[in-house]
Each structure stands twice: as structure tokens, then as C-alpha cells.
Design a protein around this ligand. Structure first.
Ligand code: 1HN
Length: 348
């Protein structure tokens, strides 16, 4: 059947018939069929949207003045996509983004929850997140995981504000009615750091007797190491077009978390990169440098600490405006989720 066939509308039905249906919790499918199953391609609610750090920062610092940490637990301004409605607190259908502020001496108390989270450190030093007993120091550009179910709390021994970008799969976990948290006691810090144990790619601690099999062996990915990997990849004579790395679990080689994927990308000086139209929505956050992001009819100039979200199924063009300096970008997408669901597509 052709897609332009107009299906019957709700208004076409006798009023008393619709009332009889409603009375016994029944609904006719045909008036809504095109809405839930649109022709030829999805119609994402997610709109290409950018949030500039110069707008966020003063408002976040103001939150530090007007709301003590005890009244907030997590002092966060949520980067909300207008396409979903701001109150939904979604960047895309599965991705939540927030900018979190911790002031010197503050403690964001221990808890654990079903959504998976990561932190990308944006500004400041001296803060840490303790995840399941492992104290992860926060430096700019570091990625710190707090996967589903693991205890975590944030503290700050420094003397200036610390800000980081939270990325969670909260919208999806909430949608599946599986979202909840448990508060706990301050954690005892255990010795050991995943990033020290898994220092280099392809070299892992030998399991002499039994491997201490942790589902999440590495919780902190220091920016110095990720940046060095990107520069090394860029300098390889194979001259790959997209200088991009994926944050992976060193024991499995799979994505570090179950639902969202995390990546770092380097744009060479002057490089313009086309990313193919793929099904997952994607988030770009500038760690160092500046770039222009183009999606459909929108252009976003992005500089350090700026963040942009684009829906799936459209090409993205990234251009490094500098002819001299590389640009480094942190990316998040929904591809682990799409692959698990069997709906992942790359339209080229
Ligand atoms: C959460 O636990 C944190 O632990 C940050 O820092 C943001 C947003 C929604 C739900 C839980 C954190 C969060 C969150």
C-alpha cells in the first residue's frame, strides 16, 4: 500500500463509539498509525541544540551562591533539549546532560542508582569522585565512570570551583521504569587505581591464580593518556581520516558502559570531517580548541567547554577553524543501545 493513503481520523468515528472504546480502555490504532510508524524515516523529537559554557558558567556559579550543597545533593544545571520539552530534562531520547558544580570543601553525599553515569571534567582541580571505594582524582578532560549500581560520592580538597559534565542514560532508564537510587554511608577508600593497573592498550595484569574480575576494571581515563593516544593515531603514516578513539573496557574490548558509547576525537588543524548519517543521537563537547558544527540547516560555532547535541539520521560536519592547532572533542552516542536493540543503522 502507498504511504500517501490517508487513514481514518479519530474525528471520523461516531462520538459514542469512541466513548464506548474509552470506557473499556480501548483505542483504535489507525488514527495514530502514521504517528508511531512514520513513512521512510523516523521523526526525532531531538533538535540540534548547543549550550555555550559562557552562558552556563555564571548561572552555575549563582546556583553555588543560592543553593547550599545540602539542599541540592547534586548542584546541577541540566542541558535540556527544547524538542523534548525542557521539563523532561533530556538531551536526546536516551541521553541526559548536566553541568555540575562542587565548591571547595563540599561533599556530594554517597549514593548508587540504576542509571549509568560518566563525568567529563570541565574546569578546576582538587575534586575527586570515589567510585566503589576507588578514589578517582578529577583533572580537566578526564573521564570518570560511575556505572549502574556502583557507590559514588564527590568531594573537593582544592580551593577553586570544580565543574564537570554529567552524562547519564537516565531518560531511557526512567522510561523503562527501572530508575531508582539508594543513599549510603561515606565509603572507605580502598588502595588501587584502574588506570594504573591498565596503563597501556593491549597489556593487562596477568591472572596468575584467579583474575579479580571486575565488570568495570577501569573507572578513570586520564585526559593526558587519551590525548597522547589521539596524537599518536594522527601521526601514524596510515593517515586515518577520523582520528577517533573509543573508551573501552580493557578486559573485554567492549564499550565501557552498557547503553551509551563514549569517544574522543581529534580534528587536525584545518580539517573538515563528515560524519555519516547514523541512527543514534550524538553529543559533542569541546575539550580543547574550537570548531564549527553543521547539522542540516544549522551551524554552531563551538569553543572550549561548549556542548552540542544532534539527533540521529543526519550527516554532521565538523570543521576545525584553526590552521595551526588541533581541536579535541569528547563524544557520547546511543550506539551501544541501538546495537543491542538491533535498530542500529548507518545510512552513509
Ligand atoms: C547523579 O547521581 C549525579 O552522582 C549527577 O553526581 C547527576 C542526574 C540524575 C540522577 C542522578 C551524581 C544526576 C544523578
Amino acid at each position: 500500500m502507498k504511504d500517501d493513503v490517508e487513514l481514518g481520523r479519530l474525528e471520523d468515528l461516531p462520538k459514542d463509539y469512541v466513548e464506548d472504546l474509552t470506557h473499556v480502555n480501548l483505542v483504535p490504532l489507525w488514527p495514530s498509525l502514521r504517528g508511531v510508524l512514520p513513512p521512510t524515516r523516523p521523526r526525532p523529537l531531538t533538535q540540534a541544540t548547543a549550550w555555550n559554557y559562557k552562558d552556563i558558567r555564571p548561572l552555575l556559579m549563582k546556583a553555588g551562591e543560592v543553593t547550599p550543597i545540602e539542599k541540592a545533593e547534586r548542584r546541577v544545571l541540566v542541558l535540556a533539549n527544547p524538542g523534548h520539552g525542557l521539563q523532561k530534562m533530556q538531551a536526546s531520547s536516551a541521553i541526559y546532560l548536566g553541568m555540575q558544580l562542587l565548591l571547595p570543601g563540599e561533599l556530594a553525599p554517597p549514593h548508587r542508582h540504576t542509571p549509568n553515569a560518566v563525568r567529563m571534567v570541565v574546569e578546576g582541580e582538587g575534586a575527586y569522585t570515589t567510585v566503589q571505594g576507588e578514589k578517582c582524582l578529577m583533572a580537566r578532560g578526564d573521564l570518570i565512570l560511575t556505572p549502574t549500581g556502583l557507590w559514588h560520592e564527590h568531594g573537593h580538597d582544592g580551593d577553586k570551583p570544580v565543574v564537570w559534565l554529567d552524562v547519564l542514560d537516565l531518560p531511557l532508564v526512567y522510561y523503562t521504569e527501572t530508575s531508582y537510587h539508594i543513599n549510603g554511608d561515606e565509603q572507605k577508600v580502598a588502595p588501587g587505581h584502574g588506570e594504573q593497573q591498565y596503563r597501556a592498550a593491549g597489556v593487562v595484569p596477568t591472572p596468575m591464580f584467579a583474575r579479580a574480575d571486575k565488570a568495570y576494571p577501569m573507572l578513570r581515563f586520564p585526559w593526558v593518556d587519551v590525548k597522547a593516544s589521539l596524537i599518536s593515531l594522527a601521526n601514524d603514516p596510515s593517515n586515518v581520516e577520523a582520528v577517533q578513539v573509543t573508551y573501552t573496557n580493557p578486559l573485554t574490548g567492549q564499550d565501557v558502559e552498557n547503553i551509551l558509547g563514549f569517544y574522543a576525537l581529534m580534528l587536525r588543524p584545518g580539517q573538515k570531517l563528515r560524519l555519516p548519517a547514523r541512527s543514534p543521537a550524538c553529543v559533542f563537547h569541546v575539550i580543547e580548541g574550537a570548531m564549527k558544527l553543521e547539522f542540516e540547516d544549522k551551524t554552531f560555532p563551538l569553543t572550549e567547554a561548549d556542548t552540542c547535541c544532534v539527533p540521529g539520521y543526519g550527516e554532521v560536519f565538523l570543521s576545525n577553524q584553526s590552521a595551526k592547532e588541533p581541536t579535541f572533542i569528547f563524544m557520547t552516542d546511543e550506539s551501544p543501545l541501538h546495537r543491542k536493540l538491533g535498530v542500529y543503522e548507518n545510512w552513509g
